[in-house]
Design a protein around this ligand. Structure first.
Ligand code: ZN
Length: 185
């Protein structure tokens, strides 16, 4: 099977009208954020056109792009009860925000992000193993961050992680109370 490539194309302000017409002709699709996407098996023609009209064009393999049905896929493979992977809050289905644990934006750009997925045997960013339930608050705070968020998302799968976290918080609280009492007397 041949590789299908996808590109994000950004328009320059000065050549907007002309480029739009040109992009439509190429088969590119506009998105709400001002970015156009295009799919191709052969990158050379699109790249040539983009270079000619000075359009910024970033290529990535199709499997690293956000799919249209990832939310549906998540609910097909994950059964209730749903909990936010980042804060363990219980969520009814309509409040679940499906989050790409390794963010799509990172995967498109970073070889290291793709490597981190590959070592888990994941070759598509929309793989259900890379989809987690999140509450609105955590999803807003996480955005395209990785690092600790990624680690938390991985560990959040295990009940024992939340147990240890709660115990540690309790110990911390007990420690604070103890110190306060020491100073009190
Ligand atoms: Zn949360």
């Amino acid at each position: 099977m041949s590789t299908i490539w996808k590109a994000d194309i950004y328009l320059q302000k000065n050549s907007r009208w002309f480029s739009k017409r040109r992009l439509r002709k190429l088969g590119a699709v506009p998105h709400a954020n001002g970015c156009w996407t295009i799919e191709a098996e052969d990158k050379s023609y699109v790249t040539k056109v983009c270079t000619k009209y000075r359009l910024k064009c970033t290529w990535y393999k199709k499997e690293w792009a956000r799919s249209g049905n990832y939310r549906e896929m998540f609910f097909r493979y994950h059964t209730p009860p749903y909990r936010c992977r980042y804060c363990h809050k219980r969520l009814p289905e309509h409040k679940v925000e499906v989050d790409h644990l390794m963010p799509v934006a990172r995967v498109k750009k970073s070889r290291y992000a793709r490597f981190l997925l590959r070592i888990r045997g994941i070759r598509n960013v929309n793989d259900t193993r890379n989809l987690v339930a999140s509450c609105h608050r955590c999803n807003e705070r996480k955005r395209d961050q990785t690092g600790l968020w990624y680690l938390r998302g991985l560990l959040g799968r295990y009940r024992v992680y939340w147990l240890i976290r709660d115990l540690m918080l309790l110990a911390l609280l007990a420690g604070v109370v103890y110190v306060l009492l020491l100073f009190w007397h």
